[in-house]
Design a protein around this ligand. Structure first.
Ligand code: PLP
Length: 400
C-alpha cells in the first residue's frame, strides 16, 4: 500500500467495501472515539447486556440454586469452551473456560511437569507477559524445576532436561508473531511439551491449535474476544492428556463426580480436570454476548482486515512521522499480530495526548506505544484519524 499519498477519502472508500463493516453495530462505543486498545480490553458487545440481565433476573432471581441444572450453569465452562473451539482451531470437549490466564498457565505447567517426570526444566519466554513468568516460576518451584529463560525465541535452547516450553504466540509488546507449527514441532522433537499463550492472537486471527499439535494453550477472553472486564480465561488441552494430566490446583469442579462429595480426589476423565472451583457466572454471561457476535463472522476475514489495517497504519505513520517513531512491529504481516508498536522516549506522554484528542492507545513502560486493531469495530477512517493525531502529538512533542 505504499503509494505515498493515501487520502482520507481512500480510507472512507475502504470502509464502504469492508465485508466486516456491518459488525460494528453489534458494539456499543462512545461517539467520536477511536478505540485502538481492544488488545487490552475489547469493546462492549451490545448483546452482553441482555445476557447479563437474563442471568441476573431469570437464572439468579427466579431460578436460584436450581439454575445450576435448569439454566445450564454447571455445564457453562464446557459449553462456552465448545463455542470458543472454532476460534481456536480445536474440536468440542477440548477447551474449558474459567479462572484467569495466570492461573491457567500455572495449571498447564504443573500438568506438563508431571507428564514429564524425568525432566526438570521449563523454558519460559522472557519477552512474555510478566504474569506468565510469575506463574511459571510458582509452578516450577514446588517441583524443584529450573526455569530457563528463553532470550531469543528464534533460537530455542532445548535438551533432554526440558519438560515444557511456554511461549507467547504474539508478543504483547512488539506484536511479533511466532510460528506456532514450527516451534511446536521443534519442541516435540526434543520430547518436551508445548504450552502456547494466545492472549494476543485469539480473536485476531484463525488459530490452529489441533493441527499444530499443541499440547496446551491458554488465553484470555477480554482482549480481542470482547468478553468484558474480568472475563474468564480459557485452557485447551490436547485430548491425549485428558486421562493422564494432573494439574494443580485440584478442586471439586475438576472431580469426576463433584456431587459425590468424595474425600478422595478423582480427576474427571476429560478436559474438565482442568477446572477448579465455582465459576464466575455473571462474567460468563457477558462472554455469551460476545460469542454471539463471533458466531456471525469468520476469522479469515477478520485477519485480512487486521493485516490491511495494521499495514495501512504503518504506511500512514511513516508518511507523517518518518523515523521520529521507531517501528518495533515486524513489517512483514505474516509475522505480525494485530497491533502496531513504536518506540519513543515520551511514549506515556504521547498516549496521554492521544487520549485527550479521542484516540485511545496504550503505553508499555518505558518507551513502547501500542495500537491494537480489532477489525470487528475499528474502521479505516479510525486508522486515518489515529495516524493524523499521532503525527500531531509527536510533532508537538518534538518541537516542545
Ligand atoms: C493479558 C495477558 C495476561 C493476563 O493475565 P490474567 O491472569 O488474565 O490477568 C497474561 N498473559 C498474557 C500474555 C497476556 O497478554
Amino acid at each position: 500500500m505504499r503509494t505515498g499519498t493515501i487520502t482520507r477519502a481512500d480510507c472512507e472508500a475502504l470502509d464502504r467495501t469492508d465485508p466486516l463493516a456491518s459488525m460494528r453495530k453489534h458494539f456499543t462505543l462512545p461517539a467520536d472515539l477511536v478505540y485502538l486498545d481492544g488488545n487490552s480490553l475489547g469493546a462492549l458487545p451490545r448483546a452482553a447486556r441482555a445476557h447479563v440481565g437474563r442471568m441476573i433476573d431469570d437464572d439468579w432471581g427466579q431460578g436460584l440454586v436450581r439454575s445450576w441444572m435448569t439454566a445450564g450453569w454447571y455445564e457453562l465452562p464446557r459449553t462456552l469452551g465448545d463455542r470458543l473451539a472454532p476460534l481456536l482451531g480445536t474440536g468440542p470437549g477440548q477447551v474449558v473456560v474459567g479462572d484467569s490466564t495466570s492461573v491457567n498457565v500455572f495449571k498447564a505447567v504443573t500438568a506438563a511437569l508431571r507428564l514429564r517426570p524425568d525432566r526438570d526444566v521449563v523454558v519460559s519466554d522472557h519477552a512474555n507477559f510478566p504474569s506468565d513468568l510469575y506463574a511459571v516460576e510458582s509452578a516450577a518451584s514446588p517441583h524443584h524445576a529450573e526455569v530457563r529463560p528463553l532470550i531469543d525465541p528464534d533460537r530455542l535452547d532445548l535438551d533432554e532436561r526440558v519438560a515444557a516450553v511456554v511461549m507467547g504466540h504474539v508478543d504483547y509488546r512488539t506484536g511479533a508473531m511466532r510460528d506456532m507449527a514450527a516451534v511446536t514441532e521443534r519442541v516435540h522433537r526434543h520430547g518436551a511439551l508445548m504450552i502456547w499463550d494466545v492472549c494476543h492472537s485469539a480473536g485476531a486471527m484463525p488459530l490452529h491449535l489441533a493441527s499444530c499439535d499443541v499440547d496446551f494453550a491458554i488465553g484470555c477472553t477480554y482482549k480481542y474476544l470482547n468478553g468484558g472486564p474480568g472475563a474468564p480465561a480459557f485452557l485447551y488441552a490436547a485430548p491425549r492428556f485428558h486421562q493422564t494430566a494432573e494439574p494443580s490446583p485440584q478442586g471439586w469442579f475438576g472431580h469426576a463426580d463433584p456431587f459425590a462429595f468424595d474425600t478422595r480426589y478423582t480427576p474427571a476423565p476429560s478436559v474438565s480436570r482442568f477446572l477448579v472451583g465455582t465459576p464466575p457466572l455473571l462474567a460468563y454471561a457477558a462472554l455469551e454476548g460476545s460469542l454471539e457476535v463471533w458466531e456471525r463472522t469468520d476469522l479469515g476475514t477478520v485477519r485480512e482486515k487486521s493485516v490491511a489495517q495494521t499495514s495501512l497504519f504503518i504506511d500512514l505513520v511513516e508518511e507523517r512521522c518518518g523515523d521520529r517513531l521507531e517501528l518495533v512491529t515486524p513489517r512483514d504481516p505474516s509475522v505480525r499480530g494485530s497491533q502496531v508498536s513504536y518506540r519513543h522516549p515520551a511514549a506515556p506522554a504521547l498516549v496521554e495526548a492521544l487520549g485527550e484528542r479521542g484516540v485511545i492507545a496504550d503505553a508499555r513502560r518505558p518507551d513502547i506505544l501500542r495500537f491494537g486493531f480489532a477489525p470487528l469495530y475499528v474502521t479505516y477512517a479510525d486508522v486515518w484519524r489515529a495516524a493524523e493525531t499521532l503525527a500531531t502529538v509527536a510533532g508537538r512533542h518534538d518541537r516542545a
